[in-house]
Design a protein around this ligand. Structure first.
Ligand code: NAD
Length: 484
């Protein structure tokens, strides 16, 4: 059991999942509901000792070849079983995720569905990880095999914790790795439930280990561990930089999925209905707490005023409230993050930006920021740095080159958007925009099968799609001299 009732209260206590067992700790982390500050539950705080235990279990699983030696067909079946078990958790887990993260209940339940689909997608690849044969002439045979890295250490952020665990865990398991997950300390409870899915799906002991602890000790101990074979990190640039420094010591390869400041470019002929619905979803989904959020909209001067007016009407009509009420815009996760967003908006005004709507937190219980639109110059902090909240920066352009310069004028390059009916222009713009993925006429077009990842400070490596599977394998070449 990873849950127990404390005294007579109904509060939840979750534990770590190591080597197929639930492991408690002397210390706990309290998890609060950002909509009202209530305690949602507690989780056992993993300490460096637990990191050692989890890595040892994952290593033993590798040494005994419990995952890597399994017939690919059986790995496929295993991933399908995990998908089914995750789907079965959607009602219970979705409620928990809604409470701890603040997102709408339907979106929280959808995360479990999406997680299940990641496992199904990579189940289909588990028996198709094929090497190639390389001709070397008579007397020699040469071929490549893809082998799993071994122990994959995966550090997860809080904004889509269940879905992001699945995004990295599913391809890692499909390729035969064993995994140690460091779940986010702010939203660990729904992720802890995934341990139940692993037990019910009969995942070999040690193949999946889930730890919750703070980044500075548990996370740092995991990524610095001498016995891990790769690091998959999703989170902020600053943490990614710290992790890369630590990976240097043992020369451990990394995948870095970091932040963004993604821009949409609206050309004069764009379908404005598509622009508004994309800005709505792109900026306000998950209250803007999305790495690939549309955080800037760069609009041709001929349609700028119309776009602005329609955006103001759209953003002003949004309901702001708790996820349990299915509000359009739900709380920011923490007071610290809400204060940071408010400070960035205030600083923008000091730098001469014009706040068109929103801009200050709501004066009520919980951590609520209303949808905000700010007209700002390209060199201001609000137009350069990730806000991670429902704040859209609006900018105007005259020439196409100006649009590209504005869109590419930050240190980030996660996704970008183009709005035009002209297919040639859309393709030209897609090639000019510096980003790992470009959406044309619909923000967030794409899905599990479309590769995703950054350029510049948005990171490197690709998750999702067939390509991501190759993050989790390394090539071995076998060269054979035939005996005569
Ligand atoms: P964060 O960097 O603060 O934390 C992410 C994880 O790293 C947490 O589990 C944390 O405990 C851990 N951590 C912190 N310090 C560590 C250390 N020294 N060593 C090891 N682990 C450590 O990020 P966050 O606030 O949880 O998430 C928001 C950020 O994540 C945003 O910048 C967002 O853009 C980014 N993000 C990126 C993607 C993507 O796919 N590119 C997806 C989601 C979120």
């Amino acid at each position: 059991m990873n849950e127990r009732q404390q005294g007579h209260s109904q509060s939840l206590h979750s534990t770590n999942f190591i080597n197929g067992q639930w492991v408690d700790s002397e210390q706990s982390i309290h998890v609060e509901n950002p909509a009202n500050g209530d305690l949602v539950g507690t989780i056992a705080r993993a300490m460096p000792l637990h990191v050692d235990q989890a890595v040892a279990a994952a290593r033993k699983c590798q040494n005994e070849r419990l995952m890597s030696g399994m017939a690919p067909y059986e790995r496929m079946q295993l991933l399908h079983r995990i998908a089914g078990e995750i789907r079965a958790l959607a009602t219970r887990g979705g409620k928990l995720l809604c409470l701890e993260n603040g997102k709408p209940l339907s979106a929280a339940q959808w995360e479990f569905e999406e997680a299940a689909r990641y496992f199904e997608y990579y189940a289909g690849m588990a028996d198709k990880i094929e090497g190639k044969s390389i001709p070397l002439g008579d007397g020699l045979v040469d071929f490549t095999e893809y082998e799993p890295f071994g122990v994959s250490a995966q550090v997860i952020p809080w904004n889509f914790p269940v879905s992001l665990v699945a995004r990295s865990l599913a391809p890692a398991l499909a390729a035969g790795n064993s995994v140690v997950i460091k779940s986010p300390e702010l939203t660990p409870l729904a992720v802890a439930l995934l341990g139940e899915a692993m037990v019910n799906a009969k995942v070999p002991a040690g193949a999946v280990n889930i730890l919750c602890g703070y980044g500075h000790d548990t996370g740092a101990a995991l990524v610095a561990h001498k016995d891990i074979d790769q690091i998959v990190f999703t989170g902020s640039v600053a943490t990614g930089q710290a992790i890369m420094s630590s990976a240097v010591e043992h020369v451990v390869p990394c995948i870095m999925e970091l932040g963004g400041k993604s821009a949409g470019v609206v050309f004069a002929d764009a379908n404005l209905d598509q622009v508004i619905s994309s800005a709505d979803a792109g900026n306000l989904f998950n209250s803007g707490q999305v790495c690939s959020a549309m955080s800037r909209l760069i609009v041709h001067e001929s349609v700028y005023e119309e776009v602005k007016q329609r955006l103001v009407a759209c953003f002003s009509a949004k309901t702001v409230g708790a996820g349990m009420d299915e509000s359009d815009v739900t709380p920011i996760l923490t007071k610290i993050q809400l204060d940071k967003i408010a400070a960035m908006c205030a600083h923008a005004k000091e730098q001469g930006a014009h706040c068109v709507v929103g801009g200050t937190p709501l004066d009520q219980e919980g951590y609520f920021m209303p949808p905000t639109i700010i007209e700002a110059q390209a060199n201001t902090e609000i137009a350069q740095q990730e806000v991670f909240g429902p704040v859209l920066v609006l900018m105007k352009f005259k020439t196409t080159q100006q649009a590209y310069d504005l869109a590419n004028g930050t240190e980030f390059g996660l996704v970008a958007g183009v709005f035009t009916k002209d297919l040639s222009l859309a393709l030209q713009a897609s090639r000019q925009l510096v980003a790992g993925q470009v959406f044309v006429n619909e923000w967030f077009a794409g899905g599990i099968s479309t590769p995703f990842g950054g350029v510049g400070k948005s990171g490197f490596g690709r998750e999702k799609g067939q390509e991501a599977l190759y993050n989790y394998v390394r090539t071995k070449n076998i060269a054979i001299r035939l005996t005569s």
